[in-house]
Design a binder for this molecule. Structure first.
Ligand SMILES: [Zn+2]
Length: 472
């Protein structure tokens, strides 16, 4: 088939299926599929809600005659074609919790001015629905591919990608090559490595409580500390410092609340970690033993890892970032959950050893450590170039492959390249600032960009699978 013929067929398909696709997406958004490993059940490792979402998605694939498989509730597959050679297409069905400040209903999606609004409408149910409609396009046009097209739907992307990690550990097989539809266009050729640690820091006698944050990968925007101290000395320590509130509890106990600026762990610029800021102010309060705060301020105040002895950068992936995202008190310790993203060239094992020595000398224990290796593919690789060409053919844009600090399934699944479906588009004018983003309140999907992503993906699949004989 030549390029003009393919374009014509895609146009016709979109015209005929546009409304149906939007309805399909809205049905998926209505299922509030937050991944909950704490609600583990056999066959539903992330709780009943995600299980329900996976059942729904696989059933929808079967409704059109596609073969499906349920991989013990960790993820699922649907196929078009039955060649043993497969091209993968990855999306995730779980969503982040809805969080506060919604104007619209998170799980009662609406369409407004060319956008779908709802939790998961963009991240990442839009991609799952695209996968289903790519299969429908291939089926309705009766296109024979060299490869089978395999849609793979994960159930725990937002909570650390334990879904595909477990699937692979248990011997699950994935296609030799696949597209992860959970980033932006064009091709992402490098992703930083991930380094997640849980630390137990001896808190010091006079700390009663210290809490901040709920997820590791977000910078805490507020923090709360309860200490045994005199109100006067607390106020003296604050001299001039803003964004703090002091609440005396009784005559020798004070609660202090700090405000910072929250944000994503991978993008510290413009954020201010409320917990490390609080620690920095109170680390040496006269007459009090608050030694845990000294460690926290010294090691985690700098969001580029200087305090950890980690700071480094390279041209491909930029600076290392470090975020202490969650704080709580457990016995005589402050538990700190840390999210580090390191450049592809960093010697992470040596850095980790040095850091462990530093911890030992302060009496700090590392309860858990998980290292995800960085992702890198040569931007001149043939498949990367093919995907870039399809992106250019549809959009007319010349953007080069890009690197990013956020991690997608590319870090976990061998041979999986992140490519789309997000495009730079305007946030809707009817939403106030701070609304509309993927993990924020009033998450939106821009429908035209979504349909453009559909074009790019269909072209890419045909191209990679030899059904498009034109040269782009
Ligand atoms: Zn996502």
């Amino acid at each position: 088939m030549n390029h003009e013929e393919i374009s014509r067929r895609i146009d016709r398909f979109i015209e005929e299926h546009r409304e149906e696709m939007i309805r399909e997406l809205m049905d998926w958004v209505r299922i509030p599929s937050v991944s909950r490993a704490d609600l583990y059940q056999n066959g539903a490792p992330y709780g009943p809600d995600v299980r329900k979402m996976l059942d729904h998605a696989l059933k929808r694939c079967r409704d059109y005659g596609f073969r499906t498989a349920d991989h013990e509730g960790y993820c699922g597959s649907a196929w078009y074609g039955d060649s043993a050679d497969e091209i993968g297409f990855y999306a995730h069905l779980d969503v982040v919790p809805e969080g506060p400040n919604w104007i619209y209903e998170p799980y009662e999606p609406v369409v407004k001015d060319g956008y779908v609004i709802g939790r998961g409408a963009d991240d990442n149910k839009a991609a799952g629905v695209l996968g289903l409609y790519i299969m429908r396009f291939l089926q309705e046009n009766n296109i024979q591919l060299k490869h089978a097209f395999r849609l793979m739907l994960g159930c725990a992307e937002e909570t650390g990608m334990d879904d595909f990690r477990t699937f692979l550990l248990r011997g699950g097989r994935v296609p030799e090559f696949g597209i992860v539809a959970d980033a932006g266009f064009p091709v992402c050729y490098a992703q930083k490595g991930g380094w997640n640690a849980d630390l137990l820091v001896p808190k010091g006698r006079d700390i009663i409580d210290f809490r901040a944050g709920s997820v590791r990968n977000a910078v805490p925007g507020s923090a709360e500390l309860v200490i045994r101290a005199e109100e006067e000395s607390v106020r003296a320590a604050l001299s001039g410092a803003e964004d703090f509130e002091v609440f005396p509890q009784d005559k020798d106990t004070v609660r202090i609340v700090a405000k910072g600026r929250g944000g994503h762990a991978a993008f510290p610029s413009g954020t201010d970690n409320a917990a490390t800021k609080l620690a920095a102010v109170f680390k040496a309060l006269p007459g009090c033993d608050l030694r845990g705060l000294d460690f926290i301020a010294r090691v985690f105040r700098d969001p580029y890892g200087a305090g950890m002895g980690f700071s480094c950068e390279d041209e491909v992936s930029g600076k290392l970032t470090s975020n202490a995202g969650v704080f709580s008190v457990s016995g005589d310790f402050i538990r700190v959950l840390v999210d580090v993203r390191y450049p592809v060239s960093a010697e992470i094992d040596e850095m980790t050893d040095a850091f462990k020595n530093q911890l030992a000398s302060c009496g700090v224990t590392m309860e858990a450590l998980q290292i995800e290796r960085p992702f890198y593919i040569d931007p001149e690789d043939g498949k990367v170039r093919a995907l870039q060409a399809c992106y250019r053919a549809v959009t007319g844009r010349m953007d080069e492959p890009y690197a990013m600090g956020g991690g997608t399934y590319s870090r976990v699944i061998p041979g999986a390249i992140s490519f789309g479906p997000g495009s730079a588009h305007q946030m809707p004018e009817f939403l106030p600032e701070g609304h509309g983003s993927a993990h924020g309140p009033d998450e939106v999907l821009h429908i035209e960009s979504w349909l453009q992503a559909f074009r790019i993906y269909v072209l890419s699949i045909l191209r990679l699978s030899g059904a498009d004989d034109s040269t782009l």
